[in-house]
Design a protein around this ligand. Sequence first.
Ligand SMILES: CCCCCCCCCCCCCCCCCCCCCC(=O)SCCNC(=O)CCNC(=O)[C@H](O)C(C)(C)COP(=O)(O)OP(=O)(O)OC[C@H]1O[C@@H](n2cnc3c(N)ncnc32)[C@H](O)[C@@H]1OP(=O)(O)O
Ligand SMILES: Cc1cc2nc3c(=O)[nH]c(=O)nc-3n(C[C@H](O)[C@H](O)[C@H](O)COP(=O)(O)OP(=O)(O)OC[C@H]3O[C@@H](n4cnc5c(N)ncnc54)[C@H](O)[C@@H]3O)c2cc1C
Length: 659
Amino acid sequence: MAVDHAAAEVDHLAAERAAARFDVEAMKIAWAGSRHAVDVADRMARLVASDPVFRKDNRTMLSRKDLFKDTLRKAAHAWKRIVELRLTEEEASLLRQYVDQPGYVDLHWGMFVPAIKGQGTEEQQKKWLPLAYKFQIIGCYAQTELGHGSNVQGLETTATFDPMTDEFVIHSPTLTSSKWWPGGLGKASTHAVVYARLITEGKDYGIHGFIVQLRSLEDHSPLPGVTLGDIGGKFGSGAYNSMDNGVLRFDHVRIPRDQMLMRLSQVTREGKYVQSDVPKQLLYGTMVYVRQSIVADASKALSRAVCIAVRYSAIRKQFGSQDGGPETQVLNYRTQQSRLFPLLASAYAFRFVGDWLNWLYTDVTQKLEVKDYSTLQEAHACTAGLKAVTTSATADAIEECRKLCGGHGYLNSSGLPELFAVYVPACTYEGDNVVLLLQVARILMKTVSQLTSGKQPVGTMAYMGKVQHLMQSKCAVKTEAFEARALRMAVNCAQNIGQASNQEEGFYERSPDLLEAAVAHIQLIIVTKFIEKVHQDIPGHGVKEQLQNLCNVYALYTLHKHLGDFLATGSLTPKQGALANEQLGKLYAQVRPNAVALVDAFNYTDHYLGSVLGRYDGNVYPALYEEAWKDPLNETVVPEGYHEYLRPLLKQQLKLSRL
Ligand SMILES: CCCCCCCCCCCCCCCCCCCCCC(=O)SCCNC(=O)CCNC(=O)[C@H](O)C(C)(C)COP(=O)(O)OP(=O)(O)OC[C@H]1O[C@@H](n2cnc3c(N)ncnc32)[C@H](O)[C@@H]1OP(=O)(O)O
Ligand SMILES: Cc1cc2nc3c(=O)[nH]c(=O)nc-3n(C[C@H](O)[C@H](O)[C@H](O)COP(=O)(O)OP(=O)(O)OC[C@H]3O[C@@H](n4cnc5c(N)ncnc54)[C@H](O)[C@@H]3O)c2cc1C
């Protein structure tokens, strides 16, 4: 008798859900942050999923042109719904999240508007923001050039003040000064915040921001002196190809003086350069803002991949059938668990550290408003470091989830290839991860060097103040081992650099070790913030226990993976390392019955997941089968090209065989 495997798989997920030992609804609240956050997210996710314009299952099959047009259509429709339904900012940005297609709106709202808010004077904000808020202009963030991205101070575009006309002349003096990469620039934007070297009275004052109109508001054609276009196709099908990353050149384009963003410094009518009393690093404020939002996005991307891999691992069975009994769910294999559960724990870890970082960012912003710049360095180190560590881990984890889903994970319909292709540039944009970690390392070295002068480190560096204790002790407590490892790695680097004849040379020579020291410091922050979270009052049956488990998994897995660091710095003994690994195995066994419910708590719709393997109902096989037939290649039974290329070949073989 034929067994209906599909029906059996569906029952399987129901059984998994029934076996969970905690209240999933309460976990949804812990994940989202509040009941309100769950409800709004739920409403927006359903709004998007039920609207045919937001369909995305065909995206990887569209040509670049069709994909771009589809992005424009979705963005316009989303805006229409936002206006019609009078959505709040919170609702609108969730709606954008669930539309799940990178597009010019991200740069408009995510960078153009924040750049004007952060670097524009009140007057400039009054003039430009209302236009941007109503989409009467579309803006992008034009910083990176063909020749320089990481080294912002190396940018070549010039903005030369002409006192005769009270204008700046924006110019691209070399090929490498062409703006290259800005999202939304290629085809959509009418305006840009352009970063250029300010030259006045014959002196180069370095990089400053300018609002420049690029296209006509009448017919969208480039303004005189402006050459611009798209930079071409990118990694993967669908994926980031919905975005028009662009190239832009200026040939002596003139803009009024008041289009220089003048909150941080000004040029007077006479051409005098005046520096305000605010730190010049505030020029980088937009990047700091986006880096903190990228950390929150890491937990979203990672949780999606993990949700797909966990559900599918509960459905998928291989081996183990004896006497006609059931086969083993691959989720029951210890190896599957040891690869998958640390990623599940990381998704929760990144979620909570992302919330904390958002708090830190808000706090710093409030302090800046009253000219308190004391936490600027902390904000830079935390946003840069957490951006680097969480995006690298998430990119690796999405690829691991693909492998955890076996062959089917490689199909576009699994959702994983596109998720990976969209996600990986996060390791590069908004600061290459290595470059950002070296920034953290510089701050660590500065902090270590100040320890001898008695200056007490603060914020996330405060543990370094316990230097006497941490340099000597054997650590019994988990966080203390993380603190000792991070501090000792930093101190080792500082000592090695100190022996070099020149500090810069020493830093350069030791940079691979410095990267590792920076990672150790950031991992300490993630572990600490997770522990702080589970110490809070968390309502709901079994929720706190589950989070405690996941926190332990994250910490012990990180420890296991970097055991070399812990041993080399003497922060743990080999015996402690072995015990930690033993413990990890036990924790996986506790996660196992709750795994499906723990990913259900992310509360993702099937539309947002975009994966036949991750379907909520577990009906994987019929969906895979159906999906295959939708491929354009299956529109005809006999493929196009048969008559030109297959038939002649086959005929020829026929003749040969007759010879
Ligand atoms: C209601 C409607 C709603 C509608 C709904 C719609 C809603 C939609 C919403 C959508 C939202 C989604 C979001 C967008 C999506 C993302 C997409 C991707 C976009 C990607 C964009 C990009 O990709 S955009 C380009 C990013 N390009 C970089 O990222 C360059 C890195 N490169 C550097 O960033 C500098 O080049 C680098 C290395 C620091 C050296 O800079 P340098 O040479 O000037 O300086 P030094 O290293 O010498 O440092 C000198 C001193 O500055 C200190 N310092 C340095 N940085 C600092 C900082 N930031 N803050 C404070 N302090 C800082 C340092 O600690 C030193 O401090 P000290 O002097 O005390 O030691
Ligand atoms: C999808 C995408 C979207 C983007 N959107 C925008 C946008 O909207 N606006 C915008 O202005 N830009 C944008 N960018 C550009 C992005 O910000 C830069 O690509 C990024 O900052 C990295 O700079 P780079 O390309 O110059 O890399 P490079 O610095 O050339 O990196 C090449 C290699 O050199 C290494 N390296 C560089 N410097 C050092 C160092 N000091 N020490 C050790 N190693 C080093 C890096 O680690 C890397 O391995 C986007 C990029 C991408 C991929």
